[in-house]
Write a protein that binds this ligand. Structure first.
Ligand code: ES4
Ligand code: ZN
Length: 326
């Protein structure tokens, strides 16, 4: 109870959040009705029952299906506004949101519609809660680099609202090297760079993300721990890892929360952070992620404070803005 109050009171930044993964079943039903889209579920309970995954691909199949109810600017606004209200309730002061434009443009939804809806909600949260944000466009790595390049072309008119690019979706078989050229292009445009690596993929994929993509953060990074030299390098470079405990449990990256490597990461000097990834699908927002992993690993207040501080230092806020949070 003491730990719960401490976690609730900690100012946090969330650095690993797929906005489409915050689509709650209730909103999925409401949007399906509003847009006259058929969904293969009869009830909210049936949707939740379908959220049993044995690996990343199991989840991705249902995640891409779920986002099919999102059509209008209002839909993207309502999705984002619901997430931001929930994050604010968890004392999240800053959020860096991933979105998957290729999950929408391939269904005929315009890039501009997605951006307009998300950014309208971000602007409202800034005014209403003082909650600041950055927006990170993710490329779907199961698609080609040419598709990613075309998506970056579509983003060019909106670079005033897009702070960085990321790499997500099916990891194994789609190494960072596949996207070296489009990441170099984004880097030349001044965008921040992140990539999912070492969630299901080997430590070599984390090394590729560092050496070939020149990323500013590693999303997940769990399997880095299999390579002690890589761990030493990540620690010495102060590389932020955006770790997602409930995601790791739901996707069977860890078998039990008691086996979660977060404490090992901290003890190794890694700049780990705690994040919710796809909270609707994985069973909890950022506060619940802190709580679940802290209970399972018996994390101290000093460790929890370090995790929250890491979330601000690892953010893409300016040094002046970081200082206001630390
Ligand atoms: C994702 Cl947990 C995870 N891993 C890779 N890609 C994703 N897209 C949404 N959630
Ligand atoms: Zn993710």
């Amino acid at each position: 109870a003491d730990r719960a109050a401490f976690i609730a009171g900690l100012p946090k930044a969330e650095l690993h959040l797929h906005i489409e993964g915050s689509l709650e079943p209730e909103l999925m039903f409401a949007l399906a009705q509003r847009n006259a889209v058929a969904i293969p579920f009869a009830s909210v309970e049936e949707v939740r029952a379908a959220y049993a995954f044995s690996n990343l691909q199991d989840f991705l199949d249902i995640y891409y299906q779920g986002m099919g109810v999102l059509h209008t600017e209002q839909d993207f606004h309502d999705l984002t506004a619901a997430y931001l209200a929930r994050a604010h309730a968890d004392n999240v002061r800053h959020v860096e949101i991933f979105f998957d434009p290729q999950g929408h443009t391939t269904r005929g939804v315009a890039f501009a519609t997605v951006i307009a809806g998300i950014t309208r909600a971000l602007d409202e949260a800034r005014r209403e809660y003082g909650l600041t944000s950055k927006l990170i466009l993710c490329f779907l790595r199961h698609l080609s680099e040419a598709d990613a390049d075309a998506t970056l072309d579509e983003a060019l008119p909106f670079l005033g609202r897009i702070d960085g690019i990321g790499l997500d979706s099916s990891e194994v078989g789609h190494p960072p090297s596949k996207f070296a050229r489009v990441f170099a292009r984004a880097r030349a445009l001044g965008l921040k760079l992140v990539a999912h690596a070492g969630e299901e993929g080997p430590p070599a994929y984390v090394r590729e993300a560092l050496d070939l993509l020149h990323v500013d953060r590693i999303d997940h990074g769990n399997r880095s721990l299999e390579d002690p030299a890589l761990v030493a390098r990540l620690a010495s470079e102060g590389m932020t890892l955006t770790v997602c405990p409930l995601s790791n449990l739901k996707l069977c990256v860890v078998g039990d929360m008691a086996d979660h490597p977060l404490k090992i990461m901290l003890d190794a000097g890694l700049a780990a952070t705690v994040n919710s990834d796809d909270p609707s699908y994985f069973g909890g927002y950022v506060g619940a992620n802190y709580q679940a992993v802290a209970d399972a690993l018996d994390l101290s207040k000093a460790e929890l404070l370090a995790l929250a501080r890491n979330s601000f230092t690892g953010s893409f806020l300016s040094d002046a803005d970081k200082a206001n949070h630390l």
